[in-house]
Design a protein around this ligand. Structure first.
Ligand SMILES: Cc1cc2nc3c(=O)[nH]c(=O)nc-3n(C[C@H](O)[C@H](O)[C@H](O)COP(=O)(O)OP(=O)(O)OC[C@H]3O[C@@H](n4cnc5c(N)ncnc54)[C@H](O)[C@@H]3O)c2cc1C
Length: 489
């Protein structure tokens, strides 16, 4: 008998789970409230410009390739990408400009040339980050995380090397141990924001994130980030996965603590397994009518959100690259405002992502597509309109000051995304980009596991184990599929 599964959400984690389950012989239907796939990975096309609206940094591409390879397909026929030469271009208020070259020794030389930091410290740090990855990846990223797993080999290995994990120090403290130049410390502190956390609180173990970009590589799809979704979606349809768009799931039907199917806009359906790719808060709050949100989820701090301006820009700016950072002059205060005061600091770190530097067709000739983002707190009902107009002014002044531009006069049009809209577009609780933050050393232990306590109900995506971001969502899909397989032998 063919078993039927549904996936609630066509986010990257949802599509990847659908592909994996389909390969295991399940008949899979994916529901999404939106009119197309991708969730937070989306795009805007306007006046000849194309913008990726969500993620922009792409690491561990082999996790995408695995999905094609699972079916014996040649990834290159569907999806292709390049390695970036310059991972990110960093600008500081004192006039320093640092290119984070992909090659670690070139990057170390650049740091030595532009700052007071000996290049050898970069090499030592990246070596440490590699070790951290080797010690933690299997336990914390690629396998289900459960207390019952503490006797497994990988967990024991991590435990025996506990001191090296730097779990009792913060990321900032670890960076201070390795570096003395505040610009270099700030550069490596920034990796906390890759999962929406605060470098002054998040455990030092998360220095591992820099390993992904600097030791493995920072990549960019040849047709932009949305190509990841488009290629996987096309491939899913080719392989018989059914998608039902503009179709919101209103309820996960349960009986005797067992998921039996879903009630969607289009009708009520029976399924042998239900996978929620929706934010875990939304799933408990809106879809499981008689279940309470587990208190341990509620107790955790939300990750940061984002405020983004998409600007069609007249002119080319040769001093900028694909990824550019204009650092705040007071990073500590920026995070204090974000997480303690749920506010946007007056001198925010500004991230400018210009995909047309890599994909020429993303902007008309002689123009650039600027995605200008700052970290923002999750939505706690702040006066957003006021915060946004003040932040916009501060961002424009910072760009003009640091890049010697009059950016407003070059802006052809603007679109804005804020935490409220992120929630509205993707059912993401409070618009937090990565679910819960990792601001506590216990965060990894408190994430929602991929197998629910309700039979036949599973979770995959950025708000559950192992966490947010494209690679972790792809890892989540793999762990979830293994759980479904185990329970439906
Ligand atoms: C601005 C921004 C920048 C980011 N930058 C990066 C980056 O540079 N690199 C990186 O790796 N990651 C980044 N991320 C994070 C990354 O985008 C997410 O972690 C990842 O895309 C989440 O995927 P997901 O599988 O959890 O699903 P989501 O993208 O959250 O999608 C869930 C889908 O489920 C649907 N859904 C939910 N509930 C229902 C329901 N009841 N019925 C029907 N459909 C439902 C939603 O409509 C949505 O389409 C960024 C995110 C944002 C927003």
């Amino acid at each position: 008998m063919i078993r039927k599964a549904c996936v609630i959400g066509a986010g990257i984690g949802g599509i990847a789970t659908a592909l994996r389950l389909n390969k295991e012989g399940w008949k899979v239907t994916v529901f999404d409230s939106n009119s197309g796939p991708g969730g937070k990975i989306n795009q805007i096309n306007r006046n000849g410009f194309r913008f990726d609206t969500g993620p922009s940094l792409f690491t561990l591409p082999h996790l995408v390739e695995q999905l094609f390879e699972l079916y014996g397909a040649n990834t290159n026929e569907y999806f292709s990408y390049d390695k970036l030469d310059n991972i990110t271009k960093y600008f500081y208020e004192d006039g320093t400009e640092i290119n984070a070259w992909q090659d670690p020794s070139e990057f170390a030389m650049e740091i030595e040339d532009k700052t007071n930091e000996p290049g050898v410290n970069i090499i030592r740090y990246l070596h440490h980050a590699r070790k951290l990855y080797q010690l933690t990846a299997n336990t914390f990223i690629f396998q289900p995380f459960a207390i019952s797993g503490i006797f497994k080999k990988d967990f024991l290995k991590a435990g025996l090397n506990f001191k090296k994990l730097n779990a009792l120090k913060t990321m900032h403290q670890v960076n201070e141990l390795y570096f003395s130049d505040p610009r270099v410390i700030q550069l490596f502190d920034r990796y906390a924001t890759y999962n929406g956390s605060n470098p002054y609180h998040t455990p030092g173990t998360l220095s591992v994130i820099s390993h992904l970009e600097h030791n493995i590589g920072a990549f960019f799809p040849k047709q932009g980030i949305y190509q990841i979704v488009q290629s996987l979606y096309d491939f899913s349809k080719q392989n018989g996965i059914r998608f039902s768009f503009n179709d919101t799931v209103e309820e996960i039907i349960t009986k005797d603590n067992t998921a039996k199917g879903v009630k969607a806009n289009s009708g009520t359906y029976d399924f042998d397994a239900v996978v929620s790719n929706s934010d875990v808060f939304h799933t408990y709050d809106k879809l499981l009518k008689n279940k309470k949100i587990p208190p341990k989820l509620l107790r955790q701090e939300r990750s940061s959100s984002a405020l983004i301006f998409y600007w069609g820009i007249n002119g080319k700016h040769h001093n900028l690259d694909v990824h550019n950072i204009l650092f705040s002059n007071n990073y500590k205060e920026e995070f204090k405002q974000l997480f303690d005061n749920k506010n946007i600091y007056e001198d925010p770190t500004v991230y400018i992502f210009i995909s047309s530097k890599a994909v020429e067709t993303d902007a008309p000739a002689g123009k650039e597509n600027w995605f200008v983002m700052i970290n923002a707190p999750a939505d706690f009902g702040q006066q957003w309109d006021h915060l946004i107009s003040r932040a916009r002014q501060n961002i424009i002044e910072k760009i003009n000051r640091m890049l010697d531009l009059d950016i407003e006069s070059k802006t052809e049009f603007e679109e804005i995304l804020d935490p409220r809209l992120i929630e509205e577009h993707t059912h993401t609780f409070q618009g937090a980009l990565y679910g819960n933050s990792s601001n506590s050393r216990f965060s990894a232990f408190q994430r929602q596991p991929n197998k629910s306590s309700i039979r036949n109900l599973y979770f995959a995506g950025g708000s559950v184990h192992p966490g947010g971001g494209i690679p972790l969502c792809l890892a989540s899909a793999s762990i979830t599929t293994a759980a479904v397989k185990k329970h439906h032998r």
